[in-house]
Each structure stands twice: as structure tokens, then as C-alpha cells.
Write a protein that binds this ligand. Structure first.
Ligand code: GLN
Length: 484
């Protein structure tokens, strides 16, 4: 039997597994060895070696019997905020140190039921709060492309930086991740891989630690659009345990990729995004996007999103407000860290939270609590909520004249650690192109579009109307094909 390849995509891996050219045990063993070799990346926070090998053996038996399921024997990682029975799950926070869930998140269970081999959980910013993985209690992950270029201080992005690094370094075939304001797309862009955040409601969030519930969505980081679609098709579905989850509409995403029926795509680009930041690298991204759309026979149309410029401040008010409420549950009573030095119960709550949460998380809880407080609620939360509606209306109007929209995923190539520490606001500005999508609940995919002169990746975002995930997948796939 030939040596297992961890560098291929899921489709090729599945073909090799089905034909018996490769076994899942060989593949998983090799992958675990590579994960060990790349400890420098700090991509994984848990490696589930024994469980993975057991799952791989079970997959091999099913494959031999010709009974392989949709993801049979394919090694996949999950983000550290997704509960998995028996695996310590902390969302990269000290406040959840030692928390071992007795249940498994719906999306994780679904990929396991489809035969995926879970190799471990990946690093992230605490509770998803950040854009660089610098806010993780495990320390930051490294950007594999940066490391290869001799620049180990470059961030892999965040919050799902560990997952994107793991996929980019061929340490798993895909990584389940979450996206509240860009946490799938921005790290995918920074690590030169694909990140797919489906429409709000398509994947159940049950068993995933909440950051901002009206924005949180699960999705996938993978090597190709097809790989992310393959995994998402398994994850998507209504779940009685998450009342916001929806029944899928239309064909499967993979079927949408192979659908030859459509036509000349009308692809919009929002004028406000083009005018917002004008740098040589962004100009190159816009130009490359234009070329690709033309090469695939699409028509480019300028559209306007008049309220897009308010999206970032609105996002940070809404996300932090919701976080302040969601994170109230971490009090040292039922799970996670409890202060050893508390004198009474109030002191115990206060000290457990003060010791358990990281600096950025504490800041966000305070800001969110302030925005929701009596007297300020109308001025901040209510205003932000209205902007959200106006922005969603802008998108709805735009999608009357175009099928999808494209724009750069990030304003810059991967930045260095500590480069935003002097002025924390500059870190929030990194999310300018990703948060509008979450405010409107839209599906979006980031695909690598070009490399900067220094060899650093830049991503292009393809977005569509709510529940227009098939169109988004299809156009992203066509642009990806044009790039080769
Ligand atoms: N960077 C954004 C934030 O810090 C988005 C994070 C996310 O999507 N989880 O809120």
C-alpha cells in the first residue's frame, strides 16, 4: 500500500479510501505524526489520538464492507468552542479550565455520524473574541505561510486561527469553525485557504459556546470550495435543540457546484467597500476579482450599500452587548474555574470571573454591559439594532439586481502579533469587510485570490442573499477554478 497523503483534498482522499488504495488508519496515523511535528504552529489545543485511531479503524471496516458514509474515514478538526463528549472544551478561556462536556454539539455529532475522524480541537481567541488568536489562554497560533517565509510572527487571523493554520499546514482535511463577525473568513484569508460561513440558521449552534447569539454561525474552513461544501452538506439541518435553526432549502451545496444549468452570473461590487480603503494591495484584489468574474463569463455590476459604513460600530455594540449577557453564566458554580481564595459567595463570583476571563473578554463584558444599561440602551444598543435593519435592507435591494456580491475579505495581508496592541481599535478595524455579512445573516465564502508582493495571501469574499448558499458556493467555485 502507498504512503498516505495528507496533502490532497477531500475528494481525492475519499477516492483513495473507497478504492482501498489507502486506509483511514494509515491516513490518520500519518496525520497525527504531522500534527506532532508541527507543534510550533500551536494550531491544536487538544489532540484526540486514541479516539481518532478507534474511529479510523471503524471507518476502515465500513469501507471494506462497501458501507462508507459521506465523510467516512476523513480526518477533520473542530474548534475549541464546540463541545465534544469527553474532550476538554474551554473556548480558549481559563474560566472553563477542566470543563469536560458530557454531550456533543449537534454539528460535531453530525460529522461523526457521517464517518469523519475527529483528530482534535483547534486554537482560537477566547470565546471567539478577536482577529488574531492573541486572546487565547493557550497563546497564539502561528501562520504556516509566514513560518514558511521566515516570518513566524505573522498572525493566522482569528478567531478560528488554529483551524485555518491546521488546514493550511495539511494537519487535517477541514476544520469546523464558527463565525460571528468574520472568524471563519478572515483566518481562511490569512492562511490562504477557503472559509465558508453559511446563512444564519442553516447550522445548529447547539453545544457550541455562545459569543453573540444573533450573529454566531457554524461553518467550515477547508482546502477548496468543494471540500467546504462537502462538509457543510453534512452539518446543515434543522435541529429541535436550536430554535433558530432552519430547514435547508434547494439542492445540496455539492450538487450546486456541479449544476451546469446557470448562466451568466451578475456579480455586484459595493462601491462603498471599494472607496473605503484604497491601498495598492486592495486595488490588486479588486482588479483580480474583476478579471476572474469576466473570465468566468460573469457580468460586473456596481451596487450601493449606503449604510455599510456604520456596520463596524453597530457590530461591536451588538456583539459585545450579547456577549455580556451570554458570558454571565461563567460564575465558578457549575463548571470551569473557581477561585480558591474567595471568602463568600459574591466574592467567589467576582474572583472566579476576574481570574478566569482574559483581558479582552473582560473589556468586552464591561462595554457590553454599559451599552445595555438604563439610560444608554437607546443611545447605543437600539441605534445599532436599527442600523442592522437598514443594512439588511441595503443588501436586499442590491440582490434585486445581482446574484452575488464580491469584495476583499480583509483590508490587509496577515499582520504581525502585537501590531495592534498600542491602539486596540485598529484591531477592530480589521473586521470592516467581514461583519456586514453577519449583521444581515448572509452566506459568504472567502477564497484565496492572490499573493502580495511578499508572498502573503489575500482572500476574496463571495456573498449572496440569505439562504442563497448554493449561488455563493457555485460562484466561489467558478472563480476558484479560474485562478487554478
Ligand atoms: N473579530 C471579530 C470579533 O472579535 C469576529 C470574531 C468572530 O467572528 N468570532 O468580534
Amino acid at each position: 500500500m502507498s504512503a498516505a497523503s495528507t496533502k490532497t483534498d477531500i475528494a481525492a482522499t475519499q477516492a483513495a479510501l473507497k478504492s482501498g488504495k489507502q486506509t483511514s488508519i494509515e491516513l490518520t496515523t500519518q496525520l497525527l505524526a504531522e500534527i506532532d511535528k508541527r507543534r510550533d504552529l500551536n494550531a491544536f489545543v487538544q489532540i484526540t489520538r486514541e479516539q481518532a485511531l478507534k474511529q479510523a479503524a471503524a471507518s476502515d471496516a465500513l469501507l471494506r464492507a462497501g458501507k462508507g458514509r459521506a465523510l467516512e474515514g476523513v480526518p477533520i478538526s473542530i474548534k475549541a468552542n464546540m463541545c465534544a463528549k469527553g474532550i476538554e472544551t474551554t473556548a480558549a478561556s481559563r474560566v472553563l479550565e477542566g470543563f469536560v462536556p458530557t454531550y456533543t454539539a449537534t454539528v460535531v455529532q453530525k460529522i461523526m455520524d457521517a464517518g469523519a475522524v475527529i483528530v482534535g480541537s483547534t486554537n482560537m481567541d477566547e470565546f471567539g473574541m478577536g482577529s488574531s488568536t492573541e486572546n487565547s489562554c493557550y497563546g497564539p497560533s502561528k501562520n504556516p505561510i509566514g513560518v514558511a517565509l521566515g516570518k513566524p510572527d505573522l498572525s493566522p487571523g482569528g478567531s478560528s486561527g488554529g483551524g485555518a493554520a491546521a488546514v493550511a499546514a495539511n494537519l487535517c482535511f477541514a476544520s469546523l469553525a464558527t463565525d460571528t463577525g468574520g472568524s471563519i473568513r478572515q483566518p481562511a484569508s490569512f492562511c490562504g485557504v477557503v472559509g465558508f460561513k453559511p446563512s444564519y440558521g442553516l447550522c445548529s449552534r447547539w453545544g457550541i459556546m455562545a459569543y453573540a447569539s444573533s450573529l454566531d454561525q457554524a461553518g467550515v474552513i477547508g482546502k477548496t470550495v468543494r471540500d467546504t461544501a462537502t462538509v457543510l452538506d453534512v452539518m446543515i439541518g434543522e435541529d429541535v435543540k436550536d430554535s433558530t435553526s432552519l430547514k435547508p432549502v434547494g439542492t445540496s451545496l455539492v450538487a450546486a457546484l456541479d449544476d451546469q444549468a446557470k448562466k451568466k452570473w451578475r456579480v455586484g461590487f459595493p462601491r462603498e467597500f471599494r472607496d473605503l480603503v484604497q491601498t495598492p494591495i486592495l486595488k490588486s484584489v479588486w482588479e483580480a476579482a474583476e478579471q476572474r468574474v469576466k473570465a468566468m463569463g460573469g457580468e460586473l455590476v456596481e451596487v450601493s450599500l449606503p449604510h455599510a459604513k456604520y456596520a463596524l460600530p453597530a457590530y461591536y455594540i451588538l456583539a459585545l452587548s450579547e456577549a455580556s449577557s451570554n458570558l454571565a453564566r461563567y460564575d465558578g458554580v457549575r463548571y470551569g474555574h473557581r477561585s480558591a481564595t474567595a471568602s463568600d459567595i459574591t466574592d467567589m463570583y467576582e474572583k472566579s470571573r476576574a481570574e478566569g476571563f482574559g483581558r479582552e473578554t473582560k473589556k468586552r463584558i464591561l462595554l457590553g454591559t454599559f451599552a445595555l444599561s438604563a439610560g444608554y440602551y437607546d443611545q447605543y444598543y437600539e441605534k445599532a439594532r436599527r442600523i442592522r435593519t437598514l443594512l439588511a435592507n441595503d443588501f436586499r435591494a442590491a440582490f434585486k439586481s445581482v446574484d452575488v456580491l464580491v469584495w476583499p475579505t480583509t483590508p490587509t495581508p496577515p499582520f504581525a502579533f502585537n501590531s495592534h496592541s498600542a491602539d486596540p481599535l485598529t484591531m477592530y478595524l480589521e473586521d470592516v469587510f467581514t461583519v456586514p455579512v453577519n449583521l444581515a445573516g448572509l452566506p459568504a465564502v472567502s477564497i484565496p485570490i492572490l499573493s502580495s508582493p511578499e508572498g502573503l495571501p489575500m482572500g476574496l469574499t463571495v456573498t449572496g442573499p440569505h439562504l442563497g448558499d448554493q449561488a455563493v458556493a457555485r460562484v466561489a467555485h467558478e472563480i476558484e477554478r479560474e485562478i487554478g
